[in-house]
Design a binder for this molecule. Structure first.
Ligand code: SF4
Ligand code: SF4
Length: 116
């Protein structure tokens, strides 16, 4: 990261080439199919913390493994598995995410990581 002083003395952060390449790579990887955690999809009649379940794989990069795969993560997955497939959440998502499919993918991923 290269810094310089801009208008009014406010520091400007310019990306060096490596960082810029990394930003583009991550943008391409994410695409548009990711949860923004706005929670407009709520309320869920099953009280599933939809945005948490949707961001599960992102948490895996930041959370301690014992938390993600411990009681906290397991209780979230157990809750997600009570999804009644009613579809009420999906029309509320401003990003038109296929919430049910994405939750199922993340539940499957979670069980896979647990070796189940
Ligand atoms: S489809 Fe599942 S997650 Fe969405 S509102 Fe219904 S029960 Fe909740
Ligand atoms: S409305 Fe869509 S983007 Fe917002 S939290 Fe729900 S699933 Fe994520």
């Amino acid at each position: 990261m290269v810094s310089e002083v801009g208008f009014g003395g406010i520091p400007i952060q310019r990306l060096n080439e490596d960082r810029a390449v990394e930003v583009v790579r991550r943008c391409l990887e994410l695409g548009k199919r990711f949860c923004r955690a706005c929670d407009y999809c709520q309320p869920c009649p099953q009280e599933i913390p939809i945005s948490m379940v949707m961001r599960l794989r992102g948490f895996a990069r930041r959370f301690p493994t014992e938390r993600l795969f411990g009681e906290w993560g397991q209780s979230m997955i157990a809750k997600a598995e009570t999804c009644a497939d009613c579809g009420e959440c999906e029309p509320r998502c401003p990003y038109e995410l296929p919430i049910r499919d994405m939750m199922k993918e993340n539940i499957g991923w979670y069980h896979g990581q647990m070796g189940l």
